[in-house]
Write a protein that binds this ligand. Structure first.
Ligand SMILES: [Zn+2]
Length: 147
């Protein structure tokens, strides 16, 4: 049985716009870069990503559901600590995943999809593109270790 989060909770969080001041803090968090791929983004193009995402149901993860419910009720869900600046592509691809889920999605699905298309294979044969494995570290993790 999945643990459900009440639809009202989900809607209440989603409908609540993130205040301008908070958006600015999120933008500055990584100096105008997408926290995931590291691409420079304009403030107007920035998507605000939730590190801990809200889902409608948590299959077999009662603790996770409880945590999200608590974050929503105490307001920390929409605070800078749970928010990341993201480019459109990363935000779209992260979707409802948490950080480790997103990492796994890139390492498995994305890499596999890219390498298995005819065009990519051919482009590799011609040396137009070169395959370079990803080290699995997001931008915000890379800059953390450099400091
Ligand atoms: Zn990105």
């Amino acid at each position: 049985m999945p643990t459900m989060i009440d639809d009202n909770w989900v809607n209440c969080v989603k409908r609540k716009p993130i205040p301008k001041g908070t958006r600015l803090l999120v933008y500055k968090k990584y100096d105008g870069h997408c926290a995931y791929c590291g691409k420079e983004i304009q403030m107007k193009d920035m998507q605000v990503d939730h590190i801990v995402p809200v889902m409608k149901s948590y299959y077999g993860a009662k603790e996770e559901a409880e945590k999200v419910r608590k974050m929503i009720s105490d307001g920390s869900f929409n605070e800078v600590g749970n928010l990341m600046p993201a480019c459109r592509a990363c935000n779209f691809y992260k979707s409802m995943n948490d950080i480790d889920g997103f990492r796994k999605r890139i390492q498995t699905q994305l890499e596999h999809t890219c390498r298995s298309t005819f065009q990519t294979k051919l482009a590799m044969q011609y040396g137009i593109i070169e395959y370079k494995p990803w080290d699995g570290k997001f931008y915000f993790e890379r800059i953390k270790t450099e400091e």
